[in-house]
Design a protein around this ligand. Sequence first.
Ligand code: ATP
Length: 251
Amino acid sequence: MLLQLNNVLKTFGGIVAINNLSFEIKENQILGLIGPNGAGKTTVFNCITGIYKPDKGSVHFNGKDITGLKPHIITKLGIARTFQNIRLFPSMSVAENIMAGRHSKCRQTWFDSLIRTPKYFRDEKENWLKVKYFIDLLNLSEYTSAIVGSLPYGIQRKIEIARALASEPKLLILDEPAAGLNNKETQELVDLIYQIKDIGITILLIEHDMDMMMSLAEYIIVMNFGEKIAEGIPKDIQSNPQVIEAYLGSE
Ligand code: ATP
């Protein structure tokens, strides 16, 4: 198993956001997390990536207990994520944004000088080649020097994924990657996620687009009110009466 959550509890004051949640992700699997608004999905991502520390329970990644570790340590160990709302540096170029995702792989002095004088970036051949690889993988080469804030939303979504990949994670966590995309962009995203899997990366995603989730995920965990109410392959999830009542029926 690459990732294991064991009996994770996370509360905010009187609100139980995640209640005694356990699930696991196999290496190179595409695992989907679904559930109604407020079910606790993003809180799960935040507990895995170190933004929140669970009140109880544990998170193990790649054989190591990562419960409560700081986000930058968890990134270094091989988990990268994107956010529900895009979080890029709008006044920087596409290359600089993706390079920023490599900070866990760079010498700090090099990274600092890079932020002050981004042109030095191209001199660091190994890092540049990695960034270039992800720019090409995401079909972004024509935008390499473009300022991110000026680009369409669908392109910014791809830049965010490229930036997450730039840290060369073992596990990529995507929070509603199809939100705001049109049908063509969503299909491109599906193809891209398969390509990412093909290079050996494990994928955990939240997605409200059920057609996309059912065609993409190999296994699905369903949450409601902070608890896991079902898990299984998409075909079984789609016909599970409890899931239909809690979530799919209301779509
Ligand atoms: P959505 O699909 O709308 O993004 P979600 O399934 O991701 O929802 P969470 O955002 O994890 O749900 O929220 C789960 C519960 O925890 C909600 O009741 C939410 O209001 C609460 N919650 C989440 N983060 C916080 C916080 N920082 N402070 C207080 N309550 C929070």
